[in-house]
Write a protein that binds this ligand. Structure first.
Ligand SMILES: *Cc1c(COP(=O)(O)O)cnc(C)c1O
Length: 474
């Protein structure tokens, strides 16, 4: 494909992209495909001769699009959103065009300095402490791994990097029973061992009980363990519960633990002063992660990782083979030393486009609206017989279940809700997912896409209630 052909094809593609974004409602939000359906339509071997763009693009429309779940669809209320936005998409096009690899300052000075500035903007927008420095990671799972590895190395005086684990390195990591599964994964990868991840019980609001945390730490010390880190959550995945960061921070300081805050989803809401007021001590931690690729209109991947002690991070990850040495090493940030991968995409550009396009007030307005949508759905549940609210609605995630008056058996309620959810998800109109809270099957409803409006939420909710009630004969 030469430059002129590229220009022509790109124009055609942009037209398709704009049509797609403008007509998402015409697609089924979740495709009706069975495992293997799409692969069966793809040739078993790669083409020997090159094919022309029109053929490839038409296969994209015929084979790929019908097999996609449309995350930006107005009927998508599942998981947490992974939203995009027009400015973010445009920035990604530029990033792809430059194809730059941003591992060192020298390999893309503007990318490195923009990333520095964007992390400062984001830190200040979210009201995080000024002494925090940030770096963009690919995902929150990686950011939490980086936090645990930094904690491990700082605590062992960087000995484990050198000599590996010895029998004296008996570390414990703590998170609540509602902590994200990435904490389990990261504890395994960091060599700490899943048996040394202690899950702390929660209160009625699904927030960590700090007196249980302190008890566990004291017991572990008595048993010869070293309490290494606590991963607290600001907005748990099941119900967006908030662990008490200030109190956990104090306990961590007392016992020399690293405190990492996982604010992957709800952290974006800290840009609202009224939310920050609820959590005045959110910055009482050693590291903090929030995903602009979830609720901040920025394409996946973009995970903002903030850390107080930059030196512990760099000492943990720094490598300096001859072929990577540059004259500026002492005076610039080389982000290859701030995480696991060497090579890095230019991810700050989309954040710059997004923040400038909306402005702080535009971003705040969207988040405020989304939270109001969540509160409206919550009120519908409270006001409608046959529906039961299953957790506090702090943001825009609403946890509920269908609960017909005459049914009290938990197992039957679970089966019934699972059946209703499957039926709704086969409609192509809405897509929701489930969780378990206190062993009970719970349906999650999250309205947080970039272009979600009160109208689309009301429409989705009305459809859901009508379908479910017809099925349940309510
Ligand atoms: C989504 C989520 C994660 C995982 O995020 P990735 O970026 O996909 O790794 C971790 N913790 C919480 C609380 C989340 O909501």
């Amino acid at each position: 494909m030469n430059t002129e052909e590229f220009r022509e094809n790109a124009h055609e593609l942009v037209d398709w992209m704009a049509d797609y974004l403008g007509n998402l409602e015409k697609y089924p939000v979740k495709p009706e495909v069975k495992p293997g359906d799409i692969k069966a339509r793809l040739p078993v071997a790669a083409p020997v001769e090159g094919e022309d763009f029109n053929t490839i693009f038409s296969d994209f429309k015929d084979i790929i699009i019908p097999g996609m779940t449309h995350w930006q669809h107005p009927g998508f209320f599942a998981y947490f959103p992974a939203n995009n936005s027009e400015p973010s998409i445009l920035a990604e096009m530029l990033t792809a065009s430059m194809g730059a690899q941003c591992m060192l300052w020298l390999t893309s000075p503007a990318a490195e300095e923009l990333e520095e500035r964007m992390m400062e903007w984001l830190r200040d927008i979210l009201g995080l402490p000024k002494e925090f420095v940030g770096v963009i990671q690919d995902s929150s799972s990686s950011a939490t791994l980086v936090a645990l590895l930094s904690a491990r190395e700082k605590r062992s005086d960087f000995a484990i990097n050198r000599r590996g684990f010895t029998p004296v390195d008996r570390y414990r990591v703590y998170t609540s029973t509602q902590g994200h599964s990435s904490v389990d994964k990261d504890v395994k990868i960091a060599g700490i061992g899943i048996e040394n991840l202690v899950k702390i019980g929660v209160n009625n609001n699904f927030a960590m009980r700090t007196e249980l945390l302190e008890e566990a730490i004291i017991q572990d010390i008595a048993a010869g363990f070293t309490p290494l880190a606590v991963v607290s959550t600001f907005g748990t995945t099941s119900s967006t519960a908030i662990d008490p960061s200030g109190e956990i921070g104090r306990i961590c300081e007392k016992y020399g633990c690293w405190h990492h805050v996982d604010a992957s989803y709800a952290g974006t809401a800290l840009m609202l002063p009224e939310i920050r007021e609820l959590m005045p001590e959110i910055g009482r931690c050693d590291s903090f992660v929030v995903n602009p690729h979830k609720w901040m209109f920025t394409n996946f991947d973009c995970s903002a990782y903030f850390i107080r002690d930059k030196q512990s991070l760099i000492n943990t990850f720094s490598i300096l083979p001859e072929y990577l040495k540059t004259p500026e090493d002492k005076i610039v940030n080389n982000y290859r030393d701030w995480g696991v991968p060497l090579g890095r995409r230019f991810r700050a550009l989309k954040l710059w486009f997004v923040i400038r396009t909306y402005g702080i007030s535009g971003l705040q307005q969207k988040i405020r609206d989304h939270i109001a949508f969540g509160q409206w759905v919550k009120q519908q549940i409270v006001d409608t017989p046959g529906l039961e609210l299953m957790a506090p609605t702090l943001f825009n995630l609403v946890c509920f279940r269908f609960h017909p008056q005459d049914i009290e058996d938990e197992a039957e309620l679970g089966r019934l809700n699972e059946t209703v959810l499957n039926k709704l998800n086969h409609s192509g109109k809405v897509f929701l997912t489930q969780t378990k809270l206190n062993e009970k099957y719970v349906i999650r409803f999250v309205a947080g896409q970039t272009h979600t409006t009160f109208e689309t939420v009301k429409k989705g909710w009305a459809f859901l209630v009508k379908e479910a009630y017809a099925y349940l004969n309510l």
